[in-house]
Design a protein around this ligand. Sequence first.
Ligand code: DOR
Length: 425
Amino acid sequence: MTPYLIRNVSVVGAAPTDLLIRDGVVAATGAGLTAPDAAVIDGTGLVALPGLVDLHTHLREPGREDAETVESGSRAAALGGYTAVCAMANTSPVADTAGVVEQVWRLGREAGLVDVQPIGAVTVGLAGERLAELGAMADSAARVRIFSDDGHCVADPKLMRRALEYVKAFDGIIAQHAEEPRLTEGAQMHEGEVSTRLGLTGWPAVAEEAIIARDVLLAEHVGSRLHVCHVSTAGSVEVLRQAKARGVRVTAEVTPHHLLLTDAKAETYDPVYKVNPPLRTDTDIAALRAALAEGVIDIVATDHAPHAVEDKECEWAYARPGMLGLETALSIALDVLGPEWDLIAERMSRAPARIAGLEGHGVDPAPGVPANLTLVDPAARRTIEPAELASRSRNTPYARMTLPGRIVATFLRGEPTVLDGKAVK
Ligand code: DOR
């Protein structure tokens, strides 16, 4: 294993120092380190962050390997500065058994580019009727701790209660896709002025807020951990704020796209902007940004949702919802939050690692800690070219936009997965 000496790098925004990576760990930090056997990286102007952790990634394998594989998604993640991702369960077959979650986990190990932690489905086939084998998935080699029907809401309150009760035994988490299905039948975009003008069926904010309100009460009643996926409305932020103030064990995520883009994008009728929950309004964006800064929203999660060309380059109504996120998330965070490195490290690495219980991740580079880290060049600007992305899909909403920040290198347990901005394997 080649040791690496990173010279003159700012660790999470602190004054520049040298950082020696050897045998999988950060061996030393300090000015003027020497290591004759090490490969040297000039870190001048770069910021070292704990490797990013994504709590919400769709890797599409098994089933839609034409859109993404565990390997291609892992490479996209590494290029985005990630060292761990949680893989959502809406694959085909659904990750609702020990067999499927172990398969995804094993494929992640074989790719070896990031740690892939499978999320298990809450209900069999995501059908919302019977609980999946939560215990078997928890006991499997994949050691699943987060369960989600993401893409679908666990709408039945009794089933949601049972799921929360079940995972309490091992301090597991139910990650809810909050969408009241009756209120979003046929919905194509955010319900508001733009949907009225375009004549598209709207997805009202209350469909999200009503489920979050119900679920925080259920989580409080049961005493279990609830995680709310892709929070998208100002009203949801208020529900979460109150729940947290009461001590409910709830955490929440926001996506980069919900922090930046609004429903006005639907006026293009370009399905690249179709996503679930939908892009909302400037008022929602302002509330989400404030909640992220404050901690009412705990983390940024990408909801990286690759889709094949035929599922996106079609009429709006027929297009699948979802957009790529892994390779652009850090740039969007930098754009939205500015160079607030401690906040970025907290919301994109430490807190998601803590929530998911991923040992060795989300720890700032310091002597003795596993060398899971990424080097960012904040001064670089890059123009997003979909054809250059490592993902198998091309559905980025940031095509041809120029964004701040570039990932220069990523290390997983001391091994580079990205060097000079390029994937190592
Ligand atoms: O836009 C979305 N795409 N939202 C989801 O909840 C699911 C995801 C997907 O799997 O494509």
